[in-house]
Design a protein around this ligand. Structure first.
Ligand code: ADP
Ligand code: MG
Length: 384
């Protein structure tokens, strides 16, 4: 966890509200190692929590009103909690107000909140700054209102905030990764049961690192494209007579006579199988290099069957592989965003340089690269 956002949130809180906050909370962004677009097909995902995240400094308000400010935004937003509903709030504060709305919908009694958030996850890069924001706020309200909700319940609240108040039809992976992340571990999530298993992921002792390359091509969850993928998956499941694509086997797919549906379904079914293979290898204590080819095959499947990659993202993957990465793939919803590459630690820097050079050669703007590992998930920072 980086300390700067928490320090800045606390300082900005005192400056804005004239006293110290009642508490400080933190929730990280995430990288999905593998399992893309499987979450809304009741399938499997394998994310981990980043060291980048969002800190929330908060105090119970004197009235049932949300007053919130962000270190990354200009305006202070003030909203009576009773006025929050789908369609009434737009912009960044909808992620925050949405959490209150989802909690109130569930019948919880909520006090107003004076709140300052500050984060260091790049916005819109596919590293889930949105879930970090929602989860930090959900934890703050949970503690200050004494709600006693579980991490999985809070992930559901944060997801509904994003789905219904922000209006982004995303799955629950990001919030579960942020809230269930554990140092040195992957979060193996069954999105049907919401069961979580932590899978040890120790790259350092194998001399490895995970390189994240932000293509800086803003991932738009281009709503039409995203809706088509969801619709195609649902249609394919219907035609196969299964509740969700998670229940289909590769052999079943021959029964789909529509080429588009076949390719969409093939991505999901093979991706679930790749998640299972990665988990099996890591559980068995294999050298993590063994998962490299599965990452690369996942990318090819997203590019050719699911058609959610874009040229700068494909270029980062092929360049990293040419430069010696053990495996590489786009991570996140697609149409831009980030690429991850599994690399020998000493190769991280030269591979990042090679990708930069390739971007310059192709006329793309410069990417941003950093190495990361699996960090601890969300929690309270001030020990109260
Ligand atoms: P991603 O989750 O991949 O970063 P999203 O489009 O899902 O991209 O969410 C990004 C949005 O989340 C931002 O545009 C902003 O509205 C909100 N957000 C995230 N972090 C912050 C923050 N620290 N302060 C204010 N808003 C934030
Ligand atoms: Mg997001």
């Amino acid at each position: 966890m980086s300390a700067a956002p928490a320090r800045r949130a606390a300082a900005l809180f005192t400056e804005t509200f004239g006293s110290r906050p009642d508490g400080l909370w933190w929730a990280p962004g995430r990288v999905n190692l593998i399992g893309e677009h499987t979450d809304y097909n009741d399938g499997f995902v394998l994310p981990f929590a980043l060291g980048h995240g969002v800190a929330a400094a908060a105090r119970v308000g004197t009235e049932p009103v949300l007053r919130v400010r962000s270190g990354q935004q200009a305006e202070i937003v003030e909203l009576p909690l009773a006025d929050v509903a789908p369609g009434t709030v737009s912009g960044w504060s909808a992620y925050v107000a949405g959490v209150a709305w989802a909690l109130l919908q569930d019948g919880h009694r909520l006090p107003g909140l004076d709140l300052v958030v500050d984060g260091d996850v790049p916005l819109g890069a596919g590293l889930s700054s949105s879930a970090a924001l929602e989860c930090a706020v959900a934890l703050a309200w949970n503690d200050l209102a004494g709600l006693g909700l579980s991490r999985t319940a809070l992930a559901g609240i944060a997801r509904r905030a994003e789905n219904e108040v922000v209006g982004a039809p995303t799955g629950v992976m990001d919030q579960m990764a942020s809230l269930h992340g554990r140092e040195g571990n992957l979060v193996f999530l069954d999105t049907r049961s919401l069961g979580v298993e932590h899978i040890p992921f120790d790259l350092a002792s194998a001399g490895l690192a995970l390189l994240v390359v932000d293509s800086r091509t803003p991932h738009a969850l281009v709503s039409g494209e995203y809706a088509e993928r969801r619709r195609s998956c649902r249609l394919a499941a219907e035609r196969l007579g299964v509740p969700a694509l998670r229940d289909a086997a590769l052999d079943d797919l021959a029964r789909l006579d529509d080429d588009l549906l076949l390719r969409r379904a093939r991505h999901v079914v093979t991706e679930d199988a790749r998640v299972a293979e990665v988990v099996a290898a890591l559980r068995a204590g294999a050298d993590p290099r063994a998962i490299g080819p599965l990452l690369t095959t996942s990318h090819a499947s997203m590019r050719d069957d699911f058609e959610i990659t874009v040229p700068p993202v494909d270029l980062a993957v092929t360049t990293a592989l040419d430069a010696g990465a053990h495996g590489a793939r786009m991570t996140g919803g697609g149409f831009g965003g980030c690429v991850i590459a599994l690399v020998d630690r000493d190769d991280a820097e030269p591979i990042a340089r090679r990708v930069e050079a390739a971007y310059a050669g192709a006329g793309h703007g410069p990417p941003a690269a950093f190495t990361t590992r699996a960090h601890e998930g969300a929690g309270r920072l001030d020990g109260a």
